[in-house]
Design a protein. Structure first.
Lengths: 219, 371
């Protein structure tokens, strides 16, 4: 199998299977979470707190008071990584073409050097976060194989995409195929690892905000 | 200078043929300089090439055409005057070529066999077209199957040049579902040096450049993993494309006739396969250096790559899925929902079972345990 055939496979059957497993996995996990249900709250709400859940969805994106000073590495690297990844996924022209072919929607792209810089920033931030995870005793104790796996499958698409764009070490066609395979690995694992926070994050924030609102804790 | 030139002309050589045609040494050196540049050789090599080619005897060449469309021959004949590419035809003795030879029938086959006999181990074999393996009757010349003719002719060849994507990698005849069981030259011939010159068709000057290299150095040029001369196929169309800066800036044409297309912006979104296609179109160009497909406003279709015909739609961007559909995703969402229902049922029955088996513990029970 030559490089172009490998790329065609990566864009064809491999991608189809990865997308199907991803879609099925996400729906399955959401179903699982929602169907668990909660016992009816029979107590009277402490305070009248409409919109507490929705407010929390946004306010939890900001560090709690004093936390930025206590753990700047986690917060700053976390912001840089997430923002860089978001820009790379949704604002690189070839990626927008991918979304357009799947959904029919399109939006303006960013200049490629800007996306390139955001990818570098995201990779550096991921490196810092990994080093911090390994060096900080509390974080290290809390980390399991699933955390390192999630880190690796997130880092690989960034690295392979960067290498493909800059023609580093490996021939472009092969590198592009490897980039797609790394994305497909991410898609397949996402619903079944901690990476599912991409979807569950806002649900749990809303739930927490709402339940605490009912108990009288301001969001 | 003139005296020197005269002493170099030996009877029966290319130099003699050039002199007879009135080609000056200056013109010939200019030609060799451009060839040296094309082959990525140092400028000093031009005079060495001129010397070697002038003194070389006309190289016997047998050109076999199998499952092909004659596009490769059409292409090589486009090396028209006033360019000097057609000199190559004067440098070689084209002993057998269906389209270009005057002889036909028995006489044509006789010419091939005679050339094979006279130049045993020295002749250059050029092949265009793929070879059908499904049934020998799919493509036959003078009652001989393509396979048998290739094997027979390759035996005494010094080297083989496979021109066109059909001969090099199977090309369009090999495209899915490959009805004739087409294969490439290198799938059949294993014991001879093979130079692959892919393209549908290949650039004329690339074909002649490879021949010139063989004539000059008596051997094959440096090849890549797919058997292509690195000097022509070392870089991708995208890497040498004059529209590349627009790709880097993220400026793309959305349709073939929009403002962006007229401004010459990148054709990536319109399906250009330049980033994954190795060829010299962007540098040597076509039709006497006039332009190449991207310059004419159409994306590259990747014709010099193996299996290019089956590498996804021509007008879909490289980053688009080849065959993913909304229906396919809809079906997997439904499957995920069904699995979700099953898991919900399982979780709820586990919960109900735990509830049913729950035993109430009284204070007396605890007090008993303490004792």
């Amino acid at each position: 199998m030559n490089h172009l055939e490998l790329l065609t496979f990566a864009r064809g059957n491999a991608l189809n299977w990865a997308l199907m497993l991803f879609a099925a996995g996400v729906v399955l996990r959401l179903f699982e979470i929602f169907s668990l249900g909660r016992k009816a709250d029979l107590s009277k709400p402490r305070a009248n707190s409409p919109g507490s859940g929705w407010r929390t969805v946004f306010t939890r994106s900001l560090p709690a008071e004093g936390m930025l000073k206590r753990d700047p590495v986690t917060y700053i690297s976390g912001y840089v990584f997430h923002l860089g990844l978001f820009l790379a996924i949704f604002f690189l022209a070839p990626h927008i073409e991918f979304f357009r072919s799947m959904t029919g929607l399109r939006w303006p792209n960013l200049p490629t050097p800007l996306v390139d810089a955001s990818v570098v920033a995201a990779m550096v931030a991921l490196g810092v976060l990994l080093a911090h995870r390994l060096n900080n005793p509390v974080k290290r104790m809390l980390s399991g194989i699933g955390d390192y796996l999630a880190w690796a499958v997130t880092f690989l698409p960034l690295l392979t995409g960067y290498m493909a764009y800059h023609h580093l070490f490996v021939e472009y066609t092969l590198m592009l195929a490897l980039h797609l395979f790394s994305v497909e690995l991410l898609l397949v694992l996402l619903p079944f690892t901690k990476l599912f926070h991409t979807f569950s994050l806002f649900i749990s924030r809303w739930y927490n905000g709402d339940i605490f609102g009912r108990k009288g804790v301001a969001s | 200078m003139k005296k020197t030139q005269k002493t170099e002309i030996l009877p029966g050589t290319v130099g003699e043929g050039l002199a007879q045609r009135g080609v000056t040494r200056r013109e010939f050196l200019q030609y060799c300089t451009s060839l040296a540049a094309l082959l990525a050789l140092p400028p000093a090599m031009a005079s060495v090439m001129a010397e070697a080619i002038s003194k070389a005897r006309r190289q016997s060449v047998i050109w076999l055409s199998f499952q092909e469309c004659t596009g490769c021959t059409e292409s090589i004949t486009r090396s028209h005057s006033p360019t000097l590419e057609n000199l190559i035809f004067d440098m070689i003795s084209l002993d057998y070529h269906h389209t270009l030879q005057a002889a036909s029938g028995e006489a044509a086959e006789h010419a091939r066999l005679q050339s094979m006999k006279d130049n045993e181990g020295k002749y250059l074999l050029i092949v265009d077209g793929s070879i059908p393996m499904g049934n020998p009757g799919y493509s036959v010349i003078a009652g001989i199957s393509n396979h048998d003719m290739l094997v027979e002719t390759a035996k005494g060849a010094a080297a083989i040049v496979a021109v066109g994507t059909c001969a090099t990698y199977g090309g369009i005849p090999m495209a899915d579902p490959n009805p004739t069981g087409a294969v490439s030259v290198s799938d059949i011939v294993k014991d001879k040096p093979i130079i692959n010159v892919p393209g549908c068709p290949p650039i004329p000057v690339v074909m002649t450049g490879v021949l010139a290299h063989f004539l000059t150095f008596g051997g094959i040029p440096e090849l890549d993993a797919l058997g292509r001369p690195k000097s022509f196929y070392g870089e991708t169309i995208h890497d040498r494309c004059y529209r590349r800066p627009f790709y880097d800036q993220g400026k793309f044409a959305e349709t073939f006739d929009d403002e962006a297309a007229r401004n010459g912006w990148c054709l990536f979104k319109l399906g250009c396969k330049g980033p994954v296609t190795h060829n010299a179109c962007a540098t040597t160009k076509w039709n006497d250096g006039t332009s190449f497909p991207i310059e004419s406003g159409h994306g590259c279709i990747g014709c010099s790559e193996p299996k290019f015909w089956d590498a996804g739609p021509f007008y879909k961007a490289l980053s688009m899925p080849v065959s993913a559909t909304t229906a396919m995703l809809g079906a997997s969402v439904a499957a995920g929902a069904a699995a979700g229902v099953a898991i919900t049922w399982h979780n709820r029955s586990t919960k109900a079972a735990a509830k049913a088996s729950h035993e109430t513990v009284t204070v007396q029970d605890l007090a008993r345990e303490e004792k």
